[in-house]
Design a protein around this ligand. Structure first.
Ligand code: SF4
Length: 194
């Protein structure tokens, strides 16, 4: 960890860094170059409306124990220098369960890390255990349970350390190894080596 860095990131930043560290770099170090695409606007609109629709859904869809449902829950941690707004949190007598709505077909690793970041933030904010969460894949109307494992927790900390180094040093990281992600990336015109 860089002890004297001033950055506070969001769980969404962490998701982007995991998907491609360069996207995180462009957004953080060169914020003026970020274009607003239709895909980004559509995703933003979905995040506005989906939690409201979810109020009408049954808890059975998530396969979770009955509990109180909270929406748009804000969480932050001074220690992690991290914040976030969680689409939904289910509160049971035994646990808190974060639920993140995704306009996606699959539960990618970047989504799992974002969910794990929410788990860490919930644990710190409410001093309650978080053992699992759900990714709700909107196009499939499917909830995928994700165990908040030690591996995912460790990877969140590792990613945050890397993000702070990139931001503090304004160092452009290598391109993603998953080059198929470049095909419809809004930053492609800035990456001359992909
Ligand atoms: S074009 Fe590829 S390497 Fe460049 S930011 Fe986008 S996903 Fe990352």
């Amino acid at each position: 960890m860089i002890d004297d860095n001033p950055w506070i990131f969001t769980a969404s930043d962490l998701k982007q860094h995991t998907y491609c560290a360069r996207i995180f770099y462009y957004r953080t170090c060169l914020p003026d170059v970020r274009p607003i695409t239709y895909k980004m606007q559509a995703s933003s609109a979905i995040h506005e409306t989906e939690p409201k629709r979810a109020v009408r859904r049954s808890l059975d869809i998530l396969g979770a124990a009955e509990g109180r449902r909270l929406f748009d829950v804000s969480v932050q941690s001074a220690g992690l220098r991290l914040s976030g707004q969680i689409d939904e949190v289910i509160e049971t007598p035994h646990e808190l369960i974060p639920v993140d709505y995704k306009l996606a077909q699959r539960e990618g690793e970047h989504f799992k890390l974002q969910l794990t970041a929410y788990a860490l933030l919930l644990e710190e904010t409410y001093s309650r255990p978080v053992k699992r969460g759900f990714l709700y894949l909107i196009p499939k109307r499917k909830a995928v349970e994700v165990a908040i494992t030690p591996r995912l927790r460790k990877n969140v900390h590792a990613a945050l350390n890397e993000m702070w180094k990139i931001a503090a040093g304004e160092r452009m990281p290598p391109a993603t190894d998953w080059r198929q992600r470049c095909a419809d990336c809004e930053f492609r015109r800035f990456c001359n080596d992909v």
